[in-house]
Write a protein that binds this ligand. Structure first.
Ligand SMILES: *Cc1c(COP(=O)(O)O)cnc(C)c1O
Length: 380
């Protein structure tokens, strides 16, 4: 928290260091990170594989323009593309999630020659003028209008409304395979398949925003793999560099072939790509997505058993979990932090969101469940 930061707000817990799923204050009080790092550290805090790769790269070369071949960049492109579904063979690194979505919308427009974007209610795609236009909440948008618009919103999860909105003038449909910020909303079976069919029929690009769902969190490397649906453009960021600022888009050939001029100064910088390569290699080799699936199942079952009728619903996939409370999520999050040393996140007014590093174990999960049971029961 800084006296000079007029945007971020402050929390009264000073964090000094992190290790695995834990964050420590100066007096070594341990907090479980169940959302404080916003899904940005799938391998846990300051994971040695990432620390080593980054330190080595910093000493060798911190920056050079992306048109010069550099080993860390080559490695990161190779491991990223290998991790995505077949058919997404071209990629581009940027600096954040909003920038990845910005690129996706630009590439879709240039490849299709159309301009209309179809997005979903309760979506979150970022806060720059293009991605913000495809984001649902008026609170984020209204004061900044006009945005880079031509966006039509359809109710998330409704296949018929989606099919009706997509036509020959549609450049892209942009969807989160599971909505994060909007409340951990899992679409009904068949929804992503419908999105694939209607965009194919219209010649539009299907964009999956996996900024929050990606990097193993839902039990597969990418959430769209759970549904068996491959988009034309997949965007990601958050956990991609295990905490370093980096985003990416992976695209099919027709999108890459149709892309007009686009780039960014820091695209694929050596340090962040060293982090990307180390993060993806470790996730894949040590099979952390499978661990996330297992822990997610365990945690969800334990939460349902412990919270029962005290909550409306526990939902999600893997370690992307939302608990729909009967009352305000902000108060529950504060109580968890101050009284139980657990840092969780609200997603909307009544949903508490759990986004722990994928490396949590059963003891951590049990601690989460015990604390949540106390917080939820004491409030009702
Ligand atoms: C966080 C998020 C973004 C924006 O990412 P930034 O790196 O903050 O710009 C976009 N889409 C989704 C689904 C997100 O969760």
């Amino acid at each position: 928290m800084s006296d000079h930061d007029f945007v971020s707000g402050g929390k009264p817990i000073g964090i000094e260091r992190g290790e695995g799923p834990y964050l420590y204050t100066a007096d070594e009080t341990a907090y479980i990170d169940a959302g404080a790092s916003f899904a940005c550290t799938p391998l846990g805090h300051s994971h040695p594989a990432v620390v080593d790769a980054v330190c080595e790269q910093v000493e060798n070369l911190i920056f050079i323009d992306s048109s010069y071949p550099v080993q860390s960049r080559e490695d990161a492109y190779a491991s990223f593309v290998a991790s995505t579904p077949d058919g997404l063979d071209q990629a581009w690194f940027c600096n954040s999630g909003t920038e990845a979505n910005e690129a996706a919308l630009k590439f879709a427009r240039s490849a299709t020659g159309e301009s209309k974007i179809v997005a979903a209610t309760r979506s979150f795609h970022g806060r720059t003028m293009g991605a913000l236009a495809a984001t649902w909440k008026d609170k984020y948008k209204k004061p900044y209008e006009p945005l880079a618009g031509d966006v039509e919103f359809v109710p998330y999860g409704d296949s018929e409304e989606l099919a009706a909105a997509v036509d020959d003038e549609t450049a892209a449909v942009i969807l989160e395979p599971i909505q994060g910020e909007g409340g951990i909303n899992v679409p009904p079976a068949g929804y992503l398949e419908t999105a694939r069919e209607v965009t194919d029929d219209a010649g539009a690009a299907l964009v999956f925003d996996e900024v929050q769902t990606g990097m193993g969190r839902t039990g597969s490397m990418w959430a769209c793999q759970n549904a068996g649906v491959t988009p034309d453009i997949l965007t990601t960021a958050k956990g991609l560099g295990n905490g370093l600022p980096v985003g990416a888009v992976a695209v099919r050939d027709w999108i890459a072939d149709g892309a007009a001029s686009h780039n960014a100064t820091f695209s694929g910088g050596p340090v962040v790509t060293a982090a990307v390569h180390a993060t993806i290699s470790t996730l894949v080799e040590e099979e952390w997505p499978a661990h996330a699936a297992e822990m997610g199942e365990y945690l969800t079952a334990e939460l349902e058993a412990a919270l029962g009728d005290e909550v409306r619903e526990v939902r999600g996939e893997g370690l992307l979990i939302g608990i729909e409370l009967k009352r305000g999520a902000n108060r529950a999050a504060r109580d968890l932090a101050m009284n139980h040393q657990i840092l969780a996140l609200p997603a909307g007014r009544t949903v508490l969101r759990l986004l722990p590093p994928l490396v949590i174990d059963e003891a951590d999960a049990d601690q989460l469940v015990g604390a949540l049971a106390e917080v939820v029961v004491s409030e009702s």
